[in-house]
Design a protein around this ligand. Sequence first.
Ligand code: SIN
Length: 282
Amino acid sequence: MAIEIVPTGAAVGAEIRGVNLARPLDDETFRAVERAYNEHGVVFFRGQSVTPDRLLAFTQRFGDLQFNTFGEKHGLPDWPGIVLISNVEAAGREIGVKRAGDRWHSDMCYTPKPPRGTILHAREVPVRDGLTLGDTCFAATHAAYDALPAAMKRRLAGLKAVFDFTGRKRAVPITQAQIEAFPPVVHPIVRTHPYTKRKCLYIMRDDCTGIVGLEDEEAQILIEALADHIVRPEFVYRHRWQPDDLLIWDNCTVQHKAIQDYRLPLRRLMHRTTFAAVTVPM
Ligand code: SIN
């Protein structure tokens, strides 16, 4: 069956049809998938029965596995490279990271080398009276940059923001060891995507605590204005999950946010992997 790329019609996102991820992809098919991923920022495949081993192998076609600190407690037993994102409890204990990503962010932006991308494989999706809940939203940072007025583009050229692990209000309390492992880092506010060469805005409300060279108040005003601009509705694709969806996002081209509109007994269970950038021109 021929591979087919069907754009969502939003500023980012495309469905890829005609690919079975239960088996290794030949090089030509993988290259077509990777091209679509670079171009669309978010790609998804419906109806994929993917074992943990296959998920890890597929992830590593894009880059080395990157471990997320929040996965330490919630790795899939026997597959520590896979993090469970879930509200499910077993024996009175949460089996996965609950309320993960409920604020707009780009994964691990608080590290010196943020990951290239992230994969979610939907194992269980909450449905109430036929309505699917627990969507994930993706905002197109390149479209947001392109839409900026020329004066703002000039102002941002060369500016760097401070990314602080302690800045985001998280559902999971952070530990002293994590704070010490992730001291603040700086990244350019305008990143050039390593593959598409498009300019992308890289700034977010909670993680960014300052801008190098600006007074705090001026920096906060600019951070908030840009963070709000990036997530304007015209730049957002909202993914409605189906069980066995496998979706990949690009952490430069998009920011994302998980919608927490479900509660037990409605269950949501995702397997997540993250892959590193081979080269990280920021
Ligand atoms: C995340 O931010 O990785 C979680 C996204 C989701 O569960 O939809």
